[in-house]
Write a protein that binds this ligand. Sequence first.
Ligand SMILES: [Zn+2]
Length: 428
Amino acid sequence: MTHPQITHLGAVQCVTGSCHLIETVSNISIIVDCGISQGDDPSIPFTRFPVPPAEIDYLFLTHAHIDHIGRVPDLIDAGFDGEIICTHATKALFIPMLHDALSFTGRDKGAIARMEETIDDLSGGFELHETFSLKRGIKFKLGNAGHILGSCFIRFLFPALEKSELPCTVIFSGDLGCTDTPILPDPDRPESCDLLILESTYGDRIHSSRKDRVASLKQLLDRALADNGIVYIPAFSLGRTQELIYELNRMGTKVPVFVDSSLGLKITKIYSELEEFWDSDAKKLKEKGDHPLDFKTLYSVERYGGHKRLLDIKSPAIIIAGSGMCTGGRILDHLEHGLDDPKNDIFFVGYQAKGTLGRRIIEKRVPVKAGVYSLSGYSAHADQKGLVDWVKSMPEPPEEIRLVYGEDDARRALAGVLSSVCRGVIVS
Ligand SMILES: [Zn+2]
């Protein structure tokens, strides 16, 4: 079997900055994801890429989170002009996501518009579950990863060069979601493959069930709001914000809920329009006239003036704002205003990478008088059981599994459990 060479250029021993390079014997270069690193996670300059960006043939995007797409404009600036391949929903989501990121790079409006046009020209949305051909007989198929709307895993088939050889199949899991996630269908069952590149963010944890985590969110909210305080929820604009809106709607939340994020609101609008990709529960709610992403006490804070006014709010409220790891964005102003007040609370509902303010608050390395809670069950990533079950659901176990996107403890713990499924688990 002729294995292509795979180099992990980011998010190997950490969670953010996803980027993997595939070099085939037939001289085709493919990049899977090109994301920004957050916190202390490293980022390799393009000049140190084994293949110059101008010589890369294809760029696959597993989903539209910024730690998987954030360096795409820079890759284009560095000479990449190949094809960008993703699902239809990712195509709808990733240009608005990049627009927001580009507005912080010092590029003027004209340069941003030109870059968006280039990205739009280079990229195409592809159907899930269909086989498509690339150059030199390489084929690929996308499966639903259930992580955020549009997220996919990719199965490549690299043809044999000699008659005596077998073709080689490789799956990149991307970020793999949990089952029973609001709005999203469960991850697809993967076909078999020779090599699996598997995420391991929560490789050492077991999440609580959706029922339990909704119950604990409700209980914590009731307690936190009883003293008329404010609950701050830092959330990724894409995925987590919509999931929270959905759950707060189902809970029948009576206090005002502010989504203080122009990007979060834009993405929520796109989520609402991409109804064909929702799960059956969300579709049924809409049919009954209850829009899953809207409710009476939900308020949008789009403009900066509204955000400024919201900082002085006195009544009990829930404020959802980015960024999800408190590395920037409007949440910083809220924290500055509200963390010194013991009536207030901050709820972390997503992974907080090393070196981020979110992680420092959780580890009590920042003086805070407000209550701090971590609801780890609210993850868009599968837990250890979810990851192992997903691998076990393959018709045949892979010959080799390489673990990426995880800190050391998570990768080691997952490798230990996976060794009963596959003999070749590699913890890089
Ligand atoms: Zn993600």
